[in-house]
Design a protein around this ligand. Structure first.
Ligand SMILES: Nc1ncnc2c1ncn2[C@@H]1O[C@H](COP(=O)(O)OP(=O)(O)O)[C@@H](O)[C@H]1O
Ligand SMILES: [Mg+2]
Length: 368
């Protein structure tokens, strides 16, 4: 177990900057989910923490000790990858035992640890099988088992579940959370799936083009995303954005000639910032549909229903403003409208986010 500190770390490959000035301090035993689109530098960060890649600038510390120049084997981290990387010619027992055998751990101790690990992961009956005789989910369990055999100080998991189907992924997700809680090992978990990141991480790190955008608890990211990128990345379907001009305590939307009267909290935030070019954000789950415009104190926009997609417990209604911009709406009950119907989109002042469009930063999130 270790407190990991990544201090102003950058990584370049020739003239490609993979990671730029990345800093993060974990607490001991914390579960950090690292999320961002492909190519944003997630794997590079993991490899630098593991010592598999040198840093171009900055330092990595475990429990306040600088390990920047230590070899991977001296750092005592365990990695789990998307492609498992099991030895194909060894059975499950030997795959699990291999690392400890290399370290000349006594045989009796290895046997005891294997027994413990296979019980934890419910793979006792697979011990004599080779990897090719296992399903994808079983292989992933063995790969996890191999990582926990050594009881490392830090776990690094790089998209470990992306090869599994949706149902299995849910199951393994829950298992990894349980396992991590039980072992209390500081964990970095990389995913490109924001739902996975939010459901697993004590804190979530959102990356874009090699740069950290925001780190926070899932609720912090949801309620106070630092910019419209994080706001659009967290939540599915993503937040709707409307461009607007601020004038005093009203907002004039660009898409429709609609003036929104701002509440005290919102207009105070606007006044303080002095921003005039605004992005108004509202999440699909915070927009309601109606035959009538909103009553006082609520906001409403005219729109046309474009598509209606039942998602099971909710319905996604894609609507279109006269400007052709789409606004996604999530509703929980059956709706009487079909494609082409005119509706009013209704939302509450306490559910809107305001961003400065030029500086791309949050001016006002959800009320505390
Ligand atoms: N060994 C390498 N040589 C050159 N460029 C690399 C190398 N590894 C990664 N990159 C580049 O660095 C950027 C970040 O890559 P990576 O860390 O793998 O991102 P992610 O894991 O988020 O998909 C990408 O532009 C990628 O092409
Ligand atoms: Mg990667």
């Amino acid at each position: 177990m270790a407190r990991v500190e990544v201090r102003h770390v950058s990584k370049s490959f020739g003239n490609i900057t993979a990671v730029e000035d990345f800093s993060l301090v974990t607490s001991d035993g914390e579960f950090i989910a690292l999320v961002g689109p492909s190519g944003c530098g997630k794997t590079s960060i993991m490899r630098m923490i593991a010592g598999l890649e040198t840093v171009s600038e900055g330092q990595v510390l475990f429990d306040d000790k600088d390990v920047t120049n230590e070899l991977p084997r001296d750092r005592d981290v365990a990695m789990v990858f998307q492609n498992y990387a099991l030895f194909p010619h060894l059975n499950v027992y030997s795959n699990l035992a291999f690392g400890l055998q290399l370290r000349k751990t006594p045989k009796a101790e290895i046997e005891a640890r294997v027994k413990n690990v296979v019980r934890m992961l419910d793979i006792e009956e697979l011990l004599s099988r080779r990897p090719r005789e296992l399903s994808g989910g079983q292989r992933q369990r063995v790969a996890l088992g191999r990582a926990i055999m050594r009881e490392p100080r830090v776990f690094l998991m790089d998209e470990p579940l992306s090869n599994l189907d949706a149902a299995l992924r849910m199951e393994m997700r829950a298992e990894i959370i349980k396992l991590q809680e039980r072992l209390g090992i500081t964990t970095f978990y990389v995913t490109h799936d924001q739902v996975e990141a939010l459901s697993m991480g004590d804190r979530v790190v959102v990356m874009r083009s090699g740069r950290l955008q925001q780190v926070g608890t899932p609720m912090e990211l949801y309620e106070r995303p630092t910019n419209s990128y994080v706001a659009g990345f967290i939540g599915s379907p993503p937040m709707n954005f409307l461009a607007a001009r601020a004038n005093g305590s009203t907002l004039t939307l660009e898409v429709q000639d609609v003036e929104l009267e701002l509440s005290g909290r919102l207009s105070a935030a606007l006044r303080e910032s002095g921003s005039a070019n605004i992005l108004l954000g509202v999440r699909p789950e915070h927009v309601a549909l109606s035959d009538h415009p909103a009553s006082d104190g609520l906001y409403s926009l005219e729109a046309t229903v474009d598509t209606v997609e039942p998602l099971g417990h909710t319905i996604l209604v894609r609507t279109k403003l006269s400007s052709q911009q789409h606004i996604n709406v999530l509703v929980s009950e059956k709706i009487p409208w079909r494609a082409g119907a005119g509706v009013h989109l209704i939302f509450r002042p306490e559910h809107i986010y305001l961003f400065d469009k030029e500086a791309d930063r949050l001016l006002c999130g959800l009320p505390a």
